[in-house]
Design a binder for this molecule. Structure first.
Ligand SMILES: [Zn+2]
Length: 381
C-alpha cells in the first residue's frame, strides 16, 4: 500500500522499518488532538484537489525499482555537494512523521581516510508536530499523496578549515532512528561526493614593535592558562546552547577592513626573526570607542581582559558555534548575559596584541576558525 509525502511512500526501507501509521494510532491521535485535526482537515480539503494529480504521479513513480537505501537517504538527509575553504556546510536531518532521530553526525573524508571536517548534529526540537497533524488527517485510503514542507529536526554544521585542499571528498552522515523517543533504534547512513572549491588567501607581512613582540613571545603561565581556557571553551559543545539560525549581522557599521579572514600572516620581530600564522578573523579599522554590536542572538560566555586579545567578548549562538570580539576598550556585558542581534555590548579599542585601533571579529565552529562572512550571507538551517 502506498501513502503520503513527497513522492515517498510507505515503502519499508532496507532495514524493514515501518513507515505506515496504523488506523488505531490515527484514532488515538485524533482523540488527543481534536482541534489540530479539525484545522488540518480544513486545510487538507483545500489542498486535496491540487494534490490529487501530484499524488497520482508520485504513486506511479514510486512503483519503480529505485534502491530502497537511496530512498531512505534522500528522505532523511540533505547533503551539500561543495563548499569553499573557510565556509560552513550544514547537513540537515529530516524525520518522518513517526520517527525520532538522534545521534546525528556528519564528516567530510578524503580518499586516504583523513577527516577534513566533522560535526555532531544538534536537535532543533519541535519540527515534528505540524507534519504529524497533517498526516493524521490523511489516512492512506484517501488515495493521494500530500506534499508537506519538511523541516529539519537535526543539523550538523560542518566547518571547512581555510587550509582544506581543493578536490574531491566524500560527505558521510549518519543518525539513529526510533519509533519512540527511547525505543529501539536503527542506524541510517547517507553519503555523497563533496567538492572543496579552489580559493586563494593572500599573504601579508606585519612588522611588530617591541610591545607587540613581547606579547607574542610571552610564555608566562598566565598567558598559557588564558589560551588553554579559551581553546577549551571554543571546543565546548553544549546541547543547552541557544539556537540562533542567522543570518548574522556585521558588528560594526564600516566597510573598512584592515585585514581579511584567513590571510596568511608573516610577523617580523624587532630582532629580524619571523613567524607565519593564519589570521583567524576579520579586522575592521574603526576608531577607539566605536559601538560593537552582537552579531547574533546568543549567550555571553566570556567578557574579560586577556593578554593577547585585550578586552574580549565571546558569544555562543548554537552548540559549538561562537563569535569573538577582540581588542575592545570597554565591555558592557558580563558572562551569563543573553544578548540580541544588534545589541551594543562593547566599544572597540586597541588593547592586547594590536597594531592600531580596530575590531577583530572571528567565528569558531567546533573549534575551527571559519569565515565570518559566511554567517552574514547564510542561515544555518
Ligand atoms: Zn585580527
Amino acid at each position: 500500500m502506498r501513502q503520503f509525502a513527497r513522492g515517498v511512500c510507505a515503502r519499508a526501507d532496507s532495514q524493514g522499518a515501518r513507515v505506515r501509521r496504523s488506523s488505531t494510532d490515527l484514532a488515538r491521535f485524533a482523540a488527543k488532538n481534536p482541534k489540530g485535526v479539525r484545522r488540518a482537515t480544513r486545510f487538507a480539503g483545500a489542498l486535496a484537489a491540487a494534490f490529487l494529480i501530484v499524488g497520482t504521479v508520485a504513486y506511479a513513480q514510486e512503483s519503480g525499482t529505485s534502491a530502497a537505501r537511496d530512498a531512505t537517504t534522500e528522505r532523511v538527509f540533505s547533503l551539500p555537494g561543495s563548499a569553499f575553504p573557510g565556509d560552513c556546510s550544514p547537513v540537515l536531518f529530516f524525520a518522518d512523521a513517526d520517527t525520532y532521530l538522534s545521534d546525528g553526525e556528519a564528516r567530510i573524508v578524503a580518499s586516504d581516510g583523513t577527516i577534513v571536517a566533522k560535526a555532531a548534529a544538534f536537535s532543533l526540537g519541535t519540527a515534528r508536530s505540524s507534519r504529524e497533524i497533517m498526516i493524521a488527517a490523511y489516512p492512506p485510503r484517501a488515495g493521494f499523496a500530500v506534499f508537506i514542507e519538511k523541516k529539519p529536526t537535526l543539523v550538523a554544521l560542518l566547518a571547512l578549515p581555510s587550509w582544506a585542499k581543493p578536490g574531491d571528498y566524500d560527505l558521510r552522515a549518519s543518525c539513529r532512528a526510533s519509533r519512540f523517543p527511547s525505543g529501539p533504534a536503527r542506524e541510517i547512513a547517507g553519503e555523497r561526493s563533496f567538492t572543496v572549491e579552489k580559493k586563494k588567501f593572500p599573504s601579508e607581512t606585519v612588522r611588530l614593535n617591541a610591545a607587540n613582540a613581547a606579547i607574542k613571545t610571552d610564555d608566562s603561565d598566565e598567558r598559557k592558562a588564558q589560551i588553554a581556557r579559551l581553546n577549551d571553551m571554543l571546543l565546548n559543545y553544549d546541547d543547552a546552547a541557544p539556537r540562533f539560525r542567522g543570518p548574522f549581522a556585521q558588528p560594526v557599521a564600516t566597510k573598512r577592513r584592515t585585514s581579511a579572514y584567513a590571510h596568511r600572516r608573516v610577523y617580523r620581530y624587532p630582532n629580524r626573526s619571523s613567524t607565519t600564522e593564519v589570521h583567524a578573523g576579520i579586522d575592521f579599522g574603526v576608531p577607539v570607542g566605536t559601538p560593537v554590536r552582537a552579531a547574533g542572538d546568543g549567550l555571553v560566555v566570556m567578557a574579560e581582559r586577556r593578554i593577547s586579545t585585550g578586552w574580549t567578548v565571546a558569544l555562543e549562538h548554537e552548540p559549538g558555534v561562537y563569535s569573538l570580539y577582540y581588542h575592545l576598550s570597554e565591555i558592557l556585558v558580563t558572562a551569563g548575559d543573553r544578548v540580541e542581534t544588534g545589541q551594543v555590548m562593547a566599544k572597540s579599542g586597541n588593547t592586547g596584541f594590536s597594531t592600531g585601533p580596530h575590531l577583530h571579529w572571528e567565528f569558531r565552529v567546533n573549534g575551527v576558525a571559519v569565515s565570518p562572512d559566511w554567517f552574514t550571507q547564510n542561515e544555518i538551517w
